[in-house]
Design a protein around this ligand. Structure first.
Ligand code: HOZ
Length: 435
């Protein structure tokens, strides 16, 4: 370890060492603090609402592992379930009864997931959903929306949010023209634009994929009727609708966003994050007749040695069993309280901002107009966010290190955590105001 003295690890030196062996020093780009500057916090441990760095410094955590830690970090019952499973073997490469139990739990909360296939990451879930849509329709093209992020498979990297937004990249090198050429990008919340695309190429489009609520360019709720319009248009043209609930699923409510916003039914839905309780597990589900196209029943191939891993399914089952109405009521209350506190602090400091939310997921845009699409999200003062972020961090509050990410709270965020955040906000708001 890079030690400053016998007890303290110099995180700058650790970051330099990390960069020597890992590109950018990180396993996922947004963690590198690229858009806020400085040295990332190297985390050694997390418990409840807190993360602890390699020197034991404690931060109130508003990242929650980017969503999975709905119950707080290292919830004792989830950890115990994983330990029990681990004692019986780490991976079998064979079916387990736990997979059946988790699939049934998912279906009981999200009825459109009549059948479920487990994978390891959200990227795999959305990538498989696209392949399935293409297999089901015999069409090549897919439609996604600017600023929405569905993992890092080739077809979905065009105008994507999350780490690409953070780095200001329109897409990724290494994606072939053929892969990119089959992706049509439409502005979010723009029904007319979607209609036009289908009028031109409707019989070539396999599917529209949409985050249930976009949360990877900050939180941008769908305009009233937008998701239903996607359903109507796709149905008219024989295309499928894929709702990506990797981020929102089992977090914004027991049935995800589909349990909150009624009135339309997608063909396929993808899950990740909370469904794995912090372990690498994701899933896709949907109408049985479409899911039955997956191998070994049908011709659409998908497979994975670690898919349905027994430790991950144990964490997912324990998490979903514990995530009852009281959990969501608590998370909603804490989230609403924090949104109000952030709003008040920024207003008092005269910082242009808008707080947007969908259920308990929220984010703050440093501009004074509501954000309806990616162009709006990009037209914010990201430097102000950077100053706000670093002041919060210096005061022991860890926010997502990008203006384009959602903020997350958990069951473990109690009044004490809220008051620590409240104490840090005025100085952070003043820092944001100071150019
Ligand atoms: N794609 C995640 C944010 N939307 C970041 C994942 C990570 O860096 O852990």
């Amino acid at each position: 370890m890079a030690a400053m003295n016998d007890h303290t690890i110099d995180m700058d030196r650790l970051f330099a060492r990390a960069k020597g062996v890992i590109p950018g020093g990180v396993s996922s780009p947004v963690r590198a603090f690229g858009s806020v500057g400085g040295t990332p916090v190297f985390v050694a441990e997390a418990k409840g609402a807190h993360v602890f760095d390699v020197n034991g410094r404690d931060y109130v955590d508003l990242v929650c592992s980017w969503g999975p830690a709905l119950l707080g970090h290292a919830h004792p019952q989830v950890v115990e379930a994983v330990q029990r499973a681990a004692a019986k073997g780490l991976s079998f490469g064979a079916p387990t009864s736990a997979e059946v139990e988790l699939a049934e739990l998912i279906r009981s909360r999200v009825p459109v997931a009549e059948q479920v296939r487990f994978v390891s990451t959200g990227t795999e879930a959305t990538m498989t959903a696209l392949r399935l849509a293409r297999g089901a329709t015999g069409r090549d093209k897919i439609v996604k929306f600017a600023g929405l992020y569905h993992g890092h498979s080739d077809a979905l990297l065009a105008a994507a949010g999350s780490g690409l937004a953070t780095q200001g990249l329109p897409g990724s090198a290494g994606v072939t023209r053929a892969a990119a050429g089959d992706t049509i990008v439409v502005d979010y919340n723009d029904v007319d634009a979607l209609e036009r695309v289908f009028a031109e190429a409707g019989d070539e489009i396999a599917c529209v994929i949409v985050e249930a609520v976009p949360c990877n360019m900050g939180v941008v709720p769908p305009a009233d009727g937008f998701n239903a319009a996607i359903r109507r248009i796709t149905e008219q043209h024989g295309a499928l609708m894929i709702v990506d609930e990797v981020l929102t699923g089992f977090r914004v409510g027991p049935g995800g966003w589909l349990g909150i916003e009624q009135g339309y039914t997608p063909d396929l839905v993808t899950f990740g994050k909370v469904v794995g309780g912090g372990m690498p597990l994701a899933a896709l589900g949907g109408r049985a007749e479409i899911m039955q196209l997956l191998a070994p029943v049908g011709p659409v191939y998908q497979a994975g040695t670690l898919s349905g891993n027994p430790l991950a399914t144990a964490a997912g089952i324990a998490t979903l069993q514990l995530a009852d109405a009281d959990v969501y009521a608590h998370v909603d209350r804490i989230s609403a309280e924090l949104q109000g506190l952030v709003d008040d602090a920024l207003t008092s400091a005269g910082v242009p901002h808008v707080v947007q939310h969908a259920s308990n997921l929220f984010s703050v845009f440093f501009r004074d107009e509501p954000v309806r699409n990616y162009a709006d999200a990009q037209a914010q003062d990201t430097a102000a966010f950077g100053r706000f972020f670093h002041s919060m961090l210096a005061q022991g509050v860890a926010l997502p290190p990008s203006a384009f990410e959602a903020w997350f709270v958990s069951l473990a965020h109690d009044d004490h955590a809220v008051s620590r955040i409240a104490d840090a906000l005025p100085a952070a708001a003043r820092a944001a105001a100071t150019k």
